[in-house]
Design a protein around this ligand. Structure first.
Ligand SMILES: [Zn+2]
Length: 550
């Protein structure tokens, strides 16, 4: 007992006095040593450390990372902000390095946007007991040490001088180290520019500044209107029935595990029994929802990708409404990422339908729930967009009801790397089976309505997913270096005979077109084309159905 209280007494009396500069240096060293495992692995991937050159390169990188973080902290911290700010950065960095190591996450601006838009439910699914040791060791322990530090408060004149000298010295050391390793660094950066987004915590601090900056400038700008001349084509005058078109935006479904696209497992048995047209080679605009969702409904697309422009402009849905179609966005996820601004929206993810919802989440069948009421309340032509929860990870096993537990055993923890790969794939495939069911149910509903409506459905996923290939999990790898499984997505079309006739669509021709490659860039113009909307921004070259209208 006495030894414990003696130790506690020592601990209480131990209050080292440090200047902000010293604290920043210690923190910089700590981050270099403890938080950059992925970066070191990428930087040293090609080296065997047999010669002195490799060791010099390692030493140069070590100095570079430490100096970089030293400088960032000097800019952010003063004698008042140093401790609280460092505390936040220590904890955030412990989380960041955990997720980076577990899922190989690059914390670039688009990934950070994803993180910032993550809702409580999504964050909750990412927690696991397995992360506690890492958080204690790399977050809590250094935080405890930090609480003992007393920040020295010099008179302002010497303090200012010391800060200025430290900054100059830091810049000189950083510059010197960069020059020394430039020869070795250049090929690494050229072949794999994205590796800089592994430097932690500089990666997320930089990305945070970028995202906040672009959001602030977007908030002050008016959304750019597009398709001001949009109207319904003259053919609409002769139509006898109203039109009901359903667009289903999938989540994290990848083409490689889509039964209709040739996967060894038949994960789409119900769609296979319906007369659907499957596009087997479709490339997504991004590798995460924050990029893909706005992009796929934008005029710019991947070919002219400009995040600020896309976020600052109206979407396809606004053009359809301007032409005179009613649009409804039904969401079972974390929102439409700006795509449905100005459009009627239903948030269903917190609905309380017994059997479909557990109080936190709902299964995707919530999207087809009450569709009769939706139609009863909205007369006339209607475009419904259903935003699925789909295969949202890492908790795939929570995405489907018991009846779809076909492939077992399933990985039942968010720590995917701790599961047998086979069990991760099983859970993922069960979630695809459930999406197959939801889509088939949607088609059956539309079939049942075809006496009173011309009906059609288009399904497309927002991006793919890694399931342990090369140690990668989840998605969000920077687009330029993303593996195929993260960008190849399923896309499936169903049109009722009535719709095909009314819109003069040749389904055999569409089937042939579906065998050719397509991308998210086709979505905007194909929907304008298939819905017979006239506007000068329509580009027939990007409409997959353009050659298939009689
Ligand atoms: Zn997504």
């Amino acid at each position: 007992m006495t030894s414990v209280s003696a130790a506690l007494g020592h601990w209480r009396r131990w209050t080292p006095a440090l200047r902000v500069e010293t604290l920043a240096l210690f923190a910089g060293l700590f981050f270099t040593l403890s938080s950059n495992g992925l970066f070191w692995r990428a930087a040293f991937a090609e080296r065997d450390f047999a010669g002195a050159g490799d060791w010099l390169f390692a030493a140069g990188l070590f100095v570079t990372l430490t100096a970089l973080h030293f400088l960032i902290l000097l800019v952010l911290c003063n004698r008042w902000t140093a401790k609280p700010l460092l505390a936040v950065i220590l904890i955030a960095t412990a989380f960041a390095s955990y997720y980076m190591a577990s899922y190989t996450v690059f914390l670039d601006p688009s990934m950070l946007r994803n993180v910032l838009r993550t809702d409580v439910k999504e964050a909750g699914e990412l927690f696991s007991l397995g992360m506690l040791p890492h958080l204690v060791l790399y977050g809590l322990l250094p935080l405890l040490l930090l609480t003992r530090v007393r920040v020295v408060r010099d008179a302002w004149r010497p303090a200012l001088l010391r800060r200025a000298l430290s900054l100059v010295l830091g810049v000189l050391i950083l510059g010197g180290a960069l020059v020394a390793i430039f020869q070795d660094m250049a090929p690494l950066m050229r072949n794999n520019k994205e590796v800089r987004y592994l430097i932690t915590p500089a990666n997320y601090l930089y990305s945070l500044a970028r995202v906040l900056g672009s959001d602030a400038s977007a908030a002050t700008r008016e959304r750019q209107q597009i398709g001001l001349d949009a109207t319904l084509a003259p053919s609409w005058q002769t139509r006898k029935k109203p039109t009901l078109f359903v667009v289903v935006v999938g989540e994290t479904a990848r083409a490689a595990n889509w039964g209709l696209s040739g996967y060894a497992r038949q994960t789409t048995p119900q769609l296979a029994e319906r007369d659907v047209i499957n596009f087997a080679q479709v490339t997504s605009c991004g590798t995460n929802t924050e990029v893909s969702l706005p992009c796929m409904f934008s005029l710019q697309g991947r070919r002219n990708y400009d995040e600020d422009k896309i976020r600052g402009s109206e979407s396809l849905l606004n053009v359809l409404e301007r032409a005179g179609l009613r649009v409804l966005w039904r969401d079972n996820q974390s929102g439409c990422k700006g795509v449905c601004t100005g459009v009627e929206t239903q948030k269903l993810d917190s609905a309380k339908v017994p059997g479909l919802c557990d109080g936190e989440r709902c299964f995707d069948e919530i999207l087809t729930h009450d569709l009769d009421q939706v139609l009863a309340d909205r007369q006339g032509n209607l475009v419904i967009v259903m935003h699925q929860l789909g295969n949202h990870g890492p908790a795939y096993y929570k995405r489907y009801p018991e009846a779809f537990r076909r492939y077992t055993p399933e990985c039942e923890t968010p720590d995917l790397a701790k599961c047998e790969r086979e069990t991760v794939v099983n859970a993922y495939d069960n979630a695809i089976l459930y999406t197959d069911h939801v889509l088939a149910k949607t088609i059956d509903f539309l079939k049942a309505k075809s006496a009173t409506y011309d009906t059609a459905m288009l399904y497309v996923s927002d991006h793919g997913e890694s399931l342990g290939e090369n140690g990668l999990y989840l998605h969000g790898v920077p687009y330029s270096i993303a593996p195929k499984v993260q960008v190849e997505v399923p896309m499936t079309l169903w049109v009722s005979p009535g719709y095909a006739q009314s819109f003069a669509l040749d389904t055999d021709c569409l089937r042939q077109r579906a065998a050719q490659p397509a991308t998210h860039d086709n979505l905007f113009h194909s929907l304008l084309g298939m819905l017979d909307v006239r506007t000068s921004i329509y580009d027939a070259g990007l409409d997959v159905a353009a050659q298939c209208r009689r």
